[in-house]
Design a protein around this ligand. Structure first.
Ligand code: ZN
Length: 91
């Protein structure tokens, strides 16, 4: 469940960075993902372990029809309690 919520947050943030830094030709986004606590659908905030596969799938879905559609997301799992955009790689 969290994979799509987190994917949406990540894509929004990457789009914000692209806009802010006026980047073009983004090729790859390097991410780190830990165990994330989120509230959704009336549930109180709780932690869920997000698998790289599910997040990858979520990111592809959320990126559709944006400038990130063809961008590769490289995801590394960490023990942090957050996600982090490590690098936005341009051509
Ligand atoms: Zn949940």
């Amino acid at each position: 469940m969290h994979d799509f919520l987190i994917a949406k947050e990540i894509v929004d943030e990457v789009l914000r960075i692209i806009e802010e830094k006026k980047l073009s030709g983004v090729k790859r986004v390097d991410l780190e993902i830990g165990v994330i606590a989120l509230a959704h659908d009336g549930f109180p905030e709780h932690e869920e372990d997000v698998s790289i596969e599910n997040l990858q799938f979520g990111l592809e879905g959320v990126s559709k029809n944006t400038v990130l559609e063809k961008v590769e997301f490289s995801i590394k799992k960490t023990k942090d309690h957050n996600w982090k955009i490590v690098n936005v790689v341009v051509e």
